[in-house]
Design a protein around this ligand. Structure first.
Ligand code: ZN
Length: 375
């Protein structure tokens, strides 16, 4: 990742390294102290905590930003070391072992076996089904017919297992509109965005446990569509994870539209960041070839900035009246309009000053009630 010593940004403090997670030279530790203290610790319902050292940096960030409890999608082989690092400040969400050499099995019967271990040994009360359109790249053509749609044969088996284990379901159903306009432009392969919700709605009706649709249900660009989904399916909840995507798209909505949406759906929207940690973030050499995000940081201090930037951006958008550039570079801008943007471009970030009651539900109350329905 390119990293430059900035001397141009006016707000930049001398000695603070500016990089793609800190375009405006913020001191993220000092910034954390500027937020109003939370009356109750925040629950982050959506992270991917991996490694033995990176979780310790993450814990430092979480403490600074008021996050007291984190739910992580850590593949089974990595759970013990994350538990050792975080103790009772982490809970686990069952997910497939995506780095297994036998991916076909890991996403099918292997996942059924892993779900049972997650439940019995690690207390997991939610499982994840990741049905991003690009699952079609991993399981092309007929090879993936039983897996790539949310109501495919293997998904049904996994949901039956979740029901038997008393688990809720987290689902990733779609990706940004920017991706459908570019990398998913081949509609015959990836489908239209709306198509991905047909199977989801069938499964929401068929399986009545609580569901959590990640990344504002995959459609932060269209709040009316989300309101329809939430109306039709009382068992559906959303999380606000995927910081870059959420900040870029939610900031575009008129203030009264987004604040009304959050008021109306209080208790159905949970706070999540989608922070990904890895030990490659805390060392210069990369030992996990193929990890898609291993080059995002290379020292404990740059890892601190990487993780903190997500909490800073989300809390600033939700709580403050900030109106300015996001500190996080967003290459989706360049993907859609290459002539106007480069790899250092970032979108507008707008603060919505949500009310204290809405914030308390979003940061904690909704998650408490979500888990409470399972006991
Ligand atoms: Zn995620």
């Amino acid at each position: 990742m390119p990293s430059v010593e900035s001397s141009s940004a006016e707000s930049h403090r001398p000695g603070v390294v500016r990089d793609a997670n800190n375009l405006i030279g913020l001191d993220y530790r000092a910034e954390a102290a500027k937020f109003a203290p939370r009356p109750r610790p925040i629950i982050d319902i959506h992270t991917h905590i991996l490694g033995s050292q990176a979780p310790r940096v993450y814990l430092d960030v979480a403490a600074a930003y008021g996050v007291g409890m984190t739910y992580s999608q850590t593949p089974l082989p990595g759970v013990d070391e994350v538990r050792d690092a975080m103790g009772d400040r982490v809970g686990f969400i069952a997910c497939p072992n995506w780095s297994s050499p036998d991916r076909s099995r890991a996403f099918r019967e292997g996942y059924l076996a892993d779900m049972e271990v997650f439940r019995s040994r690690h207390g997991a009360r939610m499982m994840k089904i990741w049905n991003a359109p690009r699952l079609r790249d991993f399981f092309p053509g007929q090879e993936g017919a039983d897996l790539v749609t949310i109501d495919g044969a293997w998904r049904v088996k996994q949901l039956e297992a979740a029901r038997d284990l008393g688990m809720a379901v987290m689902v990733h159903v779609a990706d940004p509109d920017t991706w459908f306009a570019t990398r998913y432009a081949e509609a015959a392969k990836y489908g239209a965005k709306r198509d991905h919700y047909i199977g989801l709605e069938k499964m929401l009706d068929r399986f009545g446990m609580p569901w959590l649709a990640a990344h504002m249900g995959g459609w932060p660009e269209d709040l009316d569509f989300l309101a329809g989904l939430l109306t039709r399916h009382p068992n559906l909840h959303l999380d606000c994870s995927a910081t870059r995507w959420i900040v870029r798209e939610i900031s575009k909505h008129p203030r009264e539209v987004f604040t009304a949406f959050m008021e109306r759906w209080r208790g159905r929207i949970l706070f999540g960041s989608d922070i990904v940690t890895a030990d490659d973030h805390v060392r210069p050499e990369k030992k996990t070839p193929g990890h898609p995000k291993s080059d995002q940081a290379s020292s404990p201090s740059s890892a601190f900035d990487l993780y903190a930037s997500r909490y800073w951006a989300l809390r600033t958008m939700l709580e403050s009246d900030y109106d300015g550039p996001s500190p996080i570079a967003d290459t989706d801008l360049m993907m859609v309009r290459p002539g106007e943007h480069d790899e250092w471009s970032s979108p507008r970030l707008r603060g919505f000053c949500l009310s204290p009651g809405v914030l308390d539900d979003l940061y904690r109350g909704a998650a408490e009630r979500f888990w409470g329905t399972l006991t």
